[in-house]
Write a protein that binds this ligand. Sequence first.
Ligand code: ADP
Length: 398
Amino acid sequence: MNWPLISILQLAVLAAVFYALWRKDRNSRLELERVRQAATQAGQQSIQSLNREAARQEAFLNSLVEGLLLLDENGLVLRMSRSLEKAFNLDPAYPGRSLMEVFRLHELLDLVARAKVEGQVLAYELDLPGRVARRFQVNATVLRDENQQPQGYVLTFHDVTRLKELEKTRQEFVANVSHELRTPLSIIKGNVETLLDGAKDDPAVSERFLRGILKHANRLAWLIDDLLTISRLELGKVALNIQEVSLSGLVSRAFEDLAARAAERQVRLLNEVPAGLAIQADPDRLLQVLVNLLDNAIKYGDAQGEVRAGGRLSPKGGVEMWVADSGPGIPAEAQSRVFERFFRVDRARSRDQGGTGLGLAIVKHIVLSHGGKVWLESQPGRGSTFFFSLPTPGGHEE
Ligand code: ADP
């Protein structure tokens, strides 16, 4: 009787022990698996977060307009912004290469050497020769560890090409304006001095000097008017008063304004604009365009010649207008420059005719503000034709 009882008890104990051992083993295996999974997950998460960080850095470097360059402590290239890569047209396989190898500019090496000694170099002007010359303002800073040992360098590149061009244009403009103002003023001053010195006592002589004063005072007034128009146009202060404009009617108004000038040179004015041709535009500004072009055609075209104003619907939509004269024409090399402020083919002739050198610049501004284009065709000895296009409102020409 005892036997089986003992055996059953023993078996039960053994089973309990095995069960406990099995549970323990299973638990520890599960625990181990949990730890392993947790480690894998943590690893993946940290890889993901590293990837995210790298993507963020990449996006940051790609979105920078300024050029950014990172060098290690030995001056080897680590990273740079995409804008810098493009600006210097660099091979993207630059990481780990030397500065000289990548940029081939000894100025950058000098700059890094200076930054190492001085800590920071600001606003170093770097000229980049090439088909289109560029200028950069470069700042260089050394990064140091707690023992003041260089750990790397950061260089930033700011493209100042456009800024420099604008500055040059501004300086040239100021110089031109001063010159244009001084010339008539000194003539007026000279005439007044001559009159005061005795010329006033001779009516015939004094009339000549007084007429000279009037002519140059007028020139000054026109110049100031044109300067104010240009500056208002450039500042965008001229709001266009867009309405339906009959182009033939507008040419007739311009002819009336210029009738006396045309009669003086016995120039025949011909309005060849089709009667129904119309466009949405600012009539006063457009009148100014036509008056400036017709005035040039009268004064630079042949005396006793003809000036024609024409127009047609443009195949691109909108209209094309032109003013043609039978004068000496404009040399090919000057044609691309006549719309620049103060550019003249024949300076003396322009001055003598009271020209300010701003008429065509104003024409260009007004046409551009309507979304159109200006151009000219001319062959020496065979006259000039100035064209401008006006798109239908809302349209823009390429
Ligand atoms: P300006 O006040 O000198 O006439 P514009 O800007 O109107 O200034 O014209 C610039 C220059 O272009 C003129 O000085 C002249 O040399 C040249 N030009 C303009 N229109 C004509 C034309 N129809 N024929 C010949 N030359 C012209």
